[in-house]
Each structure stands twice: as structure tokens, then as C-alpha cells.
Design a protein. Sequence first.
Length: 129
Amino acid sequence: MREAYTLETVDIPTLYKIMLEKQRAGYRLAQICATAFEGYNELIYSVAMDYKFENYKVIVPIEEEINTISDFFPSAMLYENEMKELFDVQIKSINPDFNNKLYRIAKKAPFKKEVKDAVKIVKKEEEAK
């Protein structure tokens, strides 16, 4: 038997609605994963029930702030504190918020990818014959 697996890209307000509906339907939070790209983070929220595994992806610009889902999935606070500390994802109202003290790390947000300045490519002029 193959388990049901879905991956759907949604916007941030839709994600909150879906997560609340899934919690009320008896799903459990399986994981939240972050991946850094230049200028944004990709977050995947996964919920599971029985043999169903559903994933919801959101794209979050670096400067955008998002709300926590720890109000209805309390275990989300660990994932959210980790994303905040390692990727600099701006998450408000995490309960409890460890204020970047979850890990002992030397560098702030070590996995965050900054937007790099555009690189100008200059071709070498051909030498005169």
C-alpha cells in the first residue's frame, strides 16, 4: 500500500487557514522545514494523520514577518525557534520564544542567504592584431 502524499504551494494567509483546519480535523504536525535562497526562505509545513502525509510550501521574503502556528500546534514552537535562529525567518508570537538562544552558535543566522549585488560581467576586449 502506498501512503497518500501531497505537496501544495500556498500563500501565507492560506497556510494559517489550512493548519488550523488540519489541527481541528485531528492531524498532527509532523515537521516544518526551511530552505534558504537569495532573498527568501522556502518553508514546508507537514501534517499527518493515519497514512496521509500532506505538505504545504510557502515562500517567505527575508524581510517579511509571519505569524506562529504554535497557538494550535504547540510543538511548532521548536521548529519556529530553529527557523528564526538559523535562517532568520521573522516569526512573531512564538510561544515560548527562545530569542535566539535555542542553539549555541557563533554566527547569527548561519543558513541565511543574503541577496548578493548583481555581478557585472565585462568581456575582455580582443587584442588588436
